[in-house]
Design a protein around this ligand. Structure first.
Ligand SMILES: NC(=O)c1ccc[n+]([C@@H]2O[C@H](COP(=O)([O-])OP(=O)(O)OC[C@H]3O[C@@H](n4cnc5c(N)ncnc54)[C@H](OP(=O)(O)O)[C@@H]3O)[C@@H](O)[C@H]2O)c1
Length: 240
């Protein structure tokens, strides 16, 4: 019998991370609900359907903890089939590029780029051994060159330079990782969930969290031969 697939979702305690975890568990995967603190990770794990949640304490800015945490999961569960790099911050809603403090840019890149990079590096050996993997990076239209150079974009009025830099870099990370893994059944893609009603998206956002989670869950469960190195929104490719 095929072993039950294991997914690891960062920032799984609330917002999109929680909903992605719930949908993956409902689809039959065991889901490691990773959160900065153990309590919220345990609470999220306990909410997963059919007891499929496994808690993990993991702050993606804790660079030394990342490989240790991944090793703990591999010791406990034997495999990691899916990584959803969901944890992210947006802490520069109002600043312009000329004013954004260096520390805000560094903090944003630490969580939104270095976290996913180190997570990918940590899970890659297991995925290569298994000859199977699905990696989903939670990107954003705000990190798209096509969008930022489009004067008609609805996001033309949004600054958030640190966040935009981070999500643009995350998209490049997707392409670089996909290229290194090409020819293997390890598919790496970026997802834009849309503007979603979460703490980050606010209650003004038009997209429900259940719908925002759909594309990342679809990418996390792609069949063999599915796309890799792409950027998707509503299950369709979007320009970088
Ligand atoms: N909402 C949108 O409209 C939207 C649009 C495009 C892309 N996205 C992306 O989708 C992802 C999830 O967004 P969201 O709307 O669900 O945001 P959210 O409601 O603000 O939730 C963010 C999650 O990330 C976690 N997190 C932050 N820093 C972390 C760290 N250092 N280590 C581990 N976890 C950390 C938070 O944990 P704590 O509870 O401990 O803070 C929380 O679980 C993000 O990458 C975001 O950029 C969202």
């Amino acid at each position: 019998m095929e072993q039950q697939r294991v997914a690891l979702v960062t920032g799984a305690n609330r917002g999109l991370g929680f909903e992605i975890s719930r949908q993956l568990a409902a689809a039959g995967l065991r889901v490691v609900t990773a959160a900065r603190e153990l309590r919220p990770a345990e609470k999220a794990a306990a909410s997963m359907p059919d007891g499929r949640g496994v808690p993990l304490r993991l702050d993606v800015r804790d660079t030394r903890r990342i490989p240790v945490a991944v090793a703990e999961v591999l010791d406990d569960l034997g495999r990691i089939d899916v990584l959803v790099n969901n944890a992210g911050i947006l802490i520069d809603a109002t600043e312009s590029i000329s004013e954004v403090p260096e520390g805000v840019v560094r903090d944003t890149l630490a969580t939104n780029v270095f976290g996913p990079l180190l997570m990918i590096q940590a899970v890659m050996p297991a995925m290569r051994r298994q000859a199977y993997g699905r990696i989903v990076n939670m990107a954003s239209t705000l990190g798209s060159f096509a969008d930022i150079t489009d004067p008609e974009s609805p996001y033309a009025v949004v600054d958030s330079p640190a966040y935009r830099l981070s999500k643009g870099a995350l998209n490049l990370l997707t392409v670089l990782a996909a290229r290194e893994l090409s020819g293997k059944d390890i598919l790496v893609n970026s997802a834009c969930p849309g503007w979603v009603r979460t703490d980050m998206g606010s209650d003004r956002a038009p997209v429900a969290v259940e719908d925002g989670a759909d594309t990342p869950v679809w990418l996390a469960t792609l069949p063999s031969g599915g796309p890799t190195g792409g950027f998707f929104k509503e299950r369709a490719p979007v320009p970088w």
